[in-house]
Design a protein around this ligand. Structure first.
Ligand code: DC
Length: 228
């Protein structure tokens, strides 16, 4: 059967990763969370006090960073930074507050995009992020662009943080999401934007099951389509 790339882009906290993970599980594909890669780089930069304005320091730090994914016993993909499981730490607010600045650096993007392209070389992947359909895999067979209204997104993110015992007030979450939207969409290097051939999916009023059904349905149509 034909193997495809499913690219899922969109704003923060629209349900991209939940949808991507479940779609990958149903299709038997690999799930790659590119946001986790930028978060892991950010964690390293914060812990090692890397000056973002010093290109040499940034390059040197990037040479020291190895990001890998491993599937845990429950079947969930977890992020490892230089062999250490950082899945929990990379979701902390301190990382969320700095990740857009770090991921705007051209050197960081080049290093991550190169690794993402390697991971998707054999296709059969579902990759979520901001520039997957526009930059990483402009030839992806299925491109989705997800959005949702800001309150829905903020409540979802708050619930997710609460699940990890982190209580953050809704105003701080809204301001973090809006700030990241702004930085992610206006940066020079591969800004967040909808690819011309991406299919829009507004998740404000639909359930996770409905989101997944829609993406799986579209993916299967492409998998079963005759190659031309
Ligand atoms: O998907 P996320 O919220 O975990 O992503 C964290 C940040 O990483 C997001 O604010 C922007 C950046 N990012 C990016 O620039 N490009 C990607 N492909 C994925 C994420």
């Amino acid at each position: 059967m034909r193997k495809i790339i499913v690219a899922i882009d969109g704003y923060s906290a629209c349900g991209k990763s939940t949808t991507a993970k479940e779609t990958a599980r149903i299709l038997g594909y690999r799930y790659i969370d590119t946001g986790a890669m930028y978060r892991a780089v950010t964690l390293y930069f914060l812990d090692h006090h890397v000056a973002l304005t010093n290109p040499k320091e940034v390059d040197r730090a990037l040479e020291q960073i190895k990001i890998t994914f491993r599937v845990n016993k429950e079947g969930r993909s977890e992020t490892f930074l230089n062999g250490l499981n950082v899945e929990k730490e990379i979701r902390d607010m301190r990382v969320s507050e700095n990740v857009s600045q770090v991921s705007a650096l051209p050197a960081v993007r080049h290093a991550m995009v190169e690794q993402q392209r390697r991971m998707g070389k054999e296709r059969a992947v579902v990759m979520d992020g901001r520039d997957i359909g526009t930059v990483v895999f402009p030839d992806a067979e299925l491109k989705m662009f997800m959005s949702a209204d800001i309150l829905t997104r903020a409540f979802r993110r708050q619930k997710e943080l609460l699940g990890r015992d982190e209580l953050v007030d809704i105003d701080s979450i809204i301001s973090n999401l809006l700030k990241r939207d702004e930085l992610d969409s206006t940066r020079k290097e591969s800004p967040l934007r909808k690819a011309g051939d991406a299919i829009e999916l507004d998740t404000s009023h639909i359930t996770v099951e409905e989101q997944v059904d829609e993406v799986v349905r579209l993916a299967l149509a492409r998998i079963l389509a005759r190659k031309n």
